[in-house]
Design a protein around this ligand. Sequence first.
Ligand SMILES: [Zn+2]
Length: 198
Amino acid sequence: MASQEIENLASALARLPGLGPRSARRAVLWLVKHRETALDQVIEALGAVRDKLVECHTCGNVDTRNPCSICADSKRDQKSICVVEDVADLWALDRARLFTGRYHVLGGKLSALDGVRPEDLAIDHLLGRVEQGGVDEVVLAMNATLEGQTTAHYIAERLDQFPVRITQLAHGLPVGGELDYLDEGTLAQALRARRPLS
Ligand SMILES: [Zn+2]
């Protein structure tokens, strides 16, 4: 039996995505063992983030500054905006370091089931950014789900009034994926998005 304080820490950590109660207890044990080195570092990092975390007013990214580091980076391409559902998607795409433009976080996806309407998402804000001018391309990087694609189509329709190129991420074979193991939806998408080899 651990003390109440240790139990509290374990149950707080257990709420983190990817950590269940068991992994949380292991993390606590590790922190206790390394309290001299790692524990202070974690506390310090958490404190710094808690004090400084803000939402970027331009793109909706979460950072310690507003505008965020991406929006404030003058080396990034001002002409293209990549639209994502959530901050996690932005971070995932940016980790890949392939997209050099800026982002726009919608804050979710359209969903009749969950009652999410266009006005609940940052769609008007996106239109405002495009309307300001200087944007050539809008990349719709929604998830390959029914709701994600409905959202992408809706946004494409709303953007139709502006002279911008609207593109979408290709759907298809995952890198290292074997045809044998793929579901029919993924295979159909890959076949539809086929392109010449040379
Ligand atoms: Zn930003």
